[in-house]
Design a protein around this ligand. Structure first.
Ligand SMILES: [Zn+2]
Length: 500
């Protein structure tokens, strides 16, 4: 359609010079109907009277309903005559206000469109933007003509690609490269953060930042378009020193409020399942809360849907275990374990943050798909100092009660070296919890088959808070007062472990 317009009537008409057009309000025409509308467009857009050939041409096409009003306006502003006039953007915007809205521009509206033109918006986008307005529909109904619309361009996507070229590569795009990335973003399942990842993690770009400090500075510039602030940079640097991976720092940058606001300007979003975080089975994002103190990874056990795919039960192990067979449920409350685990974990998160710890949550919703390798990998990638896996216990025998911590032995093939610290952590937790809740203290349970414990590179316990198969403990663990005691006991245990 567009190509046709370019070669349309105007190309063979004598070029009339469009001077600097001070457009008065609306040039009223006495003519009615389609002829009036066409004459009005000549006057407002080209600043001259219609010539008979052109007038007949447009009237004919509108009468035959080959085109709509919006498409005719498109034909005018993409005519050789209008293009040759080479008007400045502010005049073009003013013309569009007059022809499509029947009024002069207001300051904020004009500036909005000027900004978008700066970003790369085209006249199509202004026509598309105005075509649905009450004003335009009103004008068209006055002339008894179909308003219609035209397709806007995708300038915002192009502008985001251009931003990546400028911030990361320090140059403007080449046409082929830019189109390639625009096509990438138009492909289902690809997102802005993944495109930016491709730029930031290119070998040429990473070569600019061999050290962690340089890498963090690079991310501030590449993602946020600014240099670092001291506090932010110091926090990321301390995380990286504890083992946080570059991908994890990156994903926190692209999910920050600041970057989210930037993406909103381009109508773009981030992937909830970005390829650069995949561990071969599942992707985990984690939710990180920086604080002054040690980083505690809280892992609320299970999720809404069981997942029967398998994963190795330790690094390099050929023993495969199911990701999540699903947890248990309260014998009397019938509340799912995944629900109890998250309720308590969220309270623990808040108490730890109040106590000055940094916190990493492996999940904060039920609708996730995390294996135990992924949960431990999150703790590893963020450089967590300890990992606490929150669970409720269950047995066939409903008389069993009490709190216990599942930990690895010193003979564990994967993490035997840190098992003493895991055991110390487990003891601190269970003792302090039972002191407050009065639940029986079942101490430590040694088990080297727990996938999450085997993958975690830091002291890690799987905490069984109580038995959901026991009516008394099932009811108690749903009591907010008892949950507060469980959490306070955990905080006391963590404080004891860190000597705080
Ligand atoms: Zn469980």
């Amino acid at each position: 359609m567009r190509d046709f317009f370019r070669k349309s009537a105007f190309a063979i008409l004598a070029v009339s010079v469009v001077g600097s057009m001070a457009i008065a309000a609306e040039a009223e025409s006495n003519d009615e109907g389609i002829k009036g509308f066409v004459d009005r467009a000549y006057s407002l857009i080209l600043g001259r009277e219609a010539d008979p050939y052109g007038e007949d041409y447009w009237i004919g096409r509108l009468e035959d309903k080959e085109i709509t009003a919006a498409e005719m306006i498109h034909g005018f502003v993409y005519s050789d005559e209008f293009i040759a006039a080479d008007l400045p953007d502010n005049e073009k915007v003013e013309i569009m206000y007059n022809v499509m809205l029947g009024r002069s521009s207001d300051i904020s509206g004009r500036e909005h469109w000027m900004d978008l033109l700066d970003m790369g918006a085209q006249m199509d986008d202004i026509i598309a933007g105005f075509a649905g307005s009450q004003e335009f529909l009103g004008i068209c109904s006055e002339y008894e003509i179909t308003a219609g619309t035209v397709e806007g361009t995708d300038y915002k996507t192009g502008a985001f690609v251009e931003r990546c070229y400028e911030l990361v590569l320090g140059r403007t795009s080449d046409l082929a490269g830019k189109q390639n990335w625009i096509d990438y973003l138009h492909t289902d399942g690809n997102y802005a953060d993944e495109l930016l990842y491709g730029f930031v993690f290119s070998p040429e770009n990473l070569a600019k930042a061999p050290s962690n400090a340089e890498f963090i500075e690079l991310l501030y510039n590449n993602c946020l378009g600014r240099s670092s602030d001291e506090a932010g940079k110091a926090d990321w640097l301390s995380r990286m020193e504890k083992g946080m991976t570059r991908e994890r720092v990156f994903v926190n940058f692209v999910r920050s409020d600041e970057f989210t606001a930037i993406l909103r300007e381009y109508d773009l979003g981030v992937d909830s399942d970005p390829f650069y975080l995949e561990n071969g089975i599942h992707t985990g994002l984690g939710i990180y809360y920086p604080g002054e103190g040690p980083l505690v990874c809280i892992d609320p056990g299970h999720q809404m849907r069981p997942d029967f795919t398998t994963e190795p039960n330790g690094p390099g192990s050929s023993v495969m275990k199911i990701l999540d067979p699903g947890g248990t449920a309260g014998v009397v409350t019938h509340i799912s374990e995944y629900s109890l685990n998250l309720d308590v974990s969220l309270k623990l998160r808040d108490e730890l943050l109040d106590a000055g710890y940094s916190v990493l949550m492996t999940r904060e919703t039920h609708d996730v798909s995390l294996g135990n390798v992924m949960r431990a990998s999150l703790a590893n990638d963020y450089g967590a100092d300890i990992m606490i896996r929150i669970h409720g216990n269950s047995l066939d025998n409903s008389s069993y009660r009490g709190t216990l911590a599942v930990v690895t032995t010193t003979g564990n093939a994967f993490v035997g070296g840190i098992s003493p610290e895991s055991q110390r952590l487990g003891t601190c937790l269970v003792n302090n919890m039972c002191a407050l809740t009065g639940f029986p203290n079942r101490g430590l349970l040694f088990d080297d088959t727990m996938t999450g414990n085997n993958w975690a590179k830091m002291p890690c316990v799987l905490l069984e808070m109580g038995f959901m198969s026991n009516p008394t403990e099932d009811r108690a663990m749903q009591d907010p007062a008892v949950q507060a005691q469980l959490v306070a006991g955990m905080v006391n245990g963590i404080n004891e472990y860190f000597g705080r």
